[in-house]
Design a protein around this ligand. Structure first.
Ligand SMILES: C[C@@](CO)(OP(=O)(O)O)[C@H](O)COP(=O)(O)OP(=O)(O)OC[C@H]1O[C@@H](n2ccc(N)nc2=O)[C@H](O)[C@@H]1O
Ligand SMILES: Nc1ncnc2c1ncn2[C@@H]1O[C@H](COP(=O)(O)OP(=O)(O)O)[C@@H](O)[C@H]1O
Length: 310
């Protein structure tokens, strides 16, 4: 059995520069990744079939059908690495019961061949929350199945597949701090001194927020480029330009930011991606853990997760 973590993604800063003719937006962002997230496991099967089961705190309501990003990633990999699947895809799909717990209808998406897999996703990250859970799952599926089926693709090839699946997925393939431009496909590894190992607390008010409506609410004002010359510059001069339109849709984001900002030992509190998740960077692990405990007691309905930046 092989295991991959689908690391939670954070936009330490997110500058939206312009709306393109194709409807996507040109971004400048510093991506960082937390050392935990969803977990994807693959077990071998020799009949060429692929199944997906989902369990964990956010499994409920998440479709295990063909549109799940894990399946979409698997299908894209199979099309580039057909010798491993030895099946013909697409084929009519039929529901197939799985024995895993939780939201667990597997689907057969490949015909007979040598290399199938039973995939099990433990969904720890809230869905549609600005920390790229679905994107991280797709990226983890690409990394995992590339190893599992011995496809031999390098990061560049995996990123090329990822780009066709979603804007954030190439960055999630790498899952190390990156300066990201374009709509998400232009990646530059960027290890800012002081960033890796930083204690972080993520907080979400428990309200899902889709990405498209938040971009739609952006006021189209270019507020200038992102200075990633140092962590201090990103903290002092960086922004999340999607915060105002996200707050217009989910006013509770203001409460989350206010609470995180007021915690002892916070260096930066900001919204991630299109929200509604926010994060706080701390001076020390103990300050981060104590904020986690205190806020959990105050706001039992909020989702909280603490960790270290990779
Ligand atoms: C805002 C960001 C910041 O990292 O993260 P999330 O909030 O999703 O985590 C990303 O740009 C989101 O990337 P991702 O969630 O992969 O978006 P996609 O599936 O490609 O696109 C969903 C929709 O968002 C809008 N979109 C996305 C990316 C982009 N650069 N410009 C856009 O306008 C488009 O309306 C698109 O139809
Ligand atoms: N494995 C998956 N996990 C989460 N969302 C998924 C998955 N597969 C497909 N989706 C869909 O992708 C959308 C975006 O999910 P997600 O990546 O969690 O959002 P965000 O990028 O805002 O954090 C959701 O609306 C969900 O329906």
């Amino acid at each position: 059995m092989l295991i991959e973590t689908a690391y939670a993604k954070i936009n330490l800063a997110l500058h939206v520069r312009r709306r393109r003719a194709d409807g996507y937006h040109e971004l400048e962002s510093l991506f960082a990744f937390v050392d935990s997230g969803d977990v994807l496991r693959a077990e071998p099967r020799n009949d060429g079939l692929l199944t997906l089961s989902i369990e964990g705190p956010f499994a409920q309501g998440l479709d295990t059908g063909p549109e799940n990003l894990v399946y979409r990633a698997a299908r894209s990999l199979i099309s580039v690495c057909p010798e491993r699947s030895r099946g013909t895809y697409p084929r009519p799909m039929r529901a197939r019961p799985s024995t895993a717990l939780g939201n667990s209808d597997g689907l057969q998406i490949m015909d007979s061949g040598q290399a199938g897999a039973n995939l099990h996703l433990t969904k720890n990250l809230p869905v549609a929350s600005g920390i790229g859970g679905g994107s991280a799952d797709a990226a983890a599926a690409l990394r995992l199945l590339n190893r599992f089926w011995n496809c031999g693709l390098d990061d560049r090839a995996l990123c090329a597949i990822a780009e066709t699946l979603g804007s954030d997925i190439p960055a999630c393939v790498i899952s190390q701090s990156l300066r990201v431009e374009g709509r998400g496909e232009a990646l530059e590894a960027l290890e800012l001194p002081g960033l890796s190992g930083t204690p972080i607390l993520l907080a979400n008010p428990g309200i899902p927020l889709g990405t498209a409506p938040v971009f739609k609410g952006w006021d189209q004002q270019d507020r200038g480029p992102l200075d990633t010359s140092s962590l201090e510059a990103v903290i002092a001069l960086g922004r999340n330009d999607l915060e105002p339109p996200a707050r217009a849709l989910v006013p509770e984001i203001g409460q989350v930011l206010e609470r995180l900002s007021a915690a002892h030992g916070v260096r930066l509190a900001r919204m991630s991606g299109s929200g509604a998740s926010c994060f706080a960077l701390f001076d020390s692990v103990s300050a981060c853990q104590s904020a986690h405990q205190i806020i959990a007691a105050e706001q039992p309905e909020w989702w909280l997760m603490s960790g270290l930046l990779r």
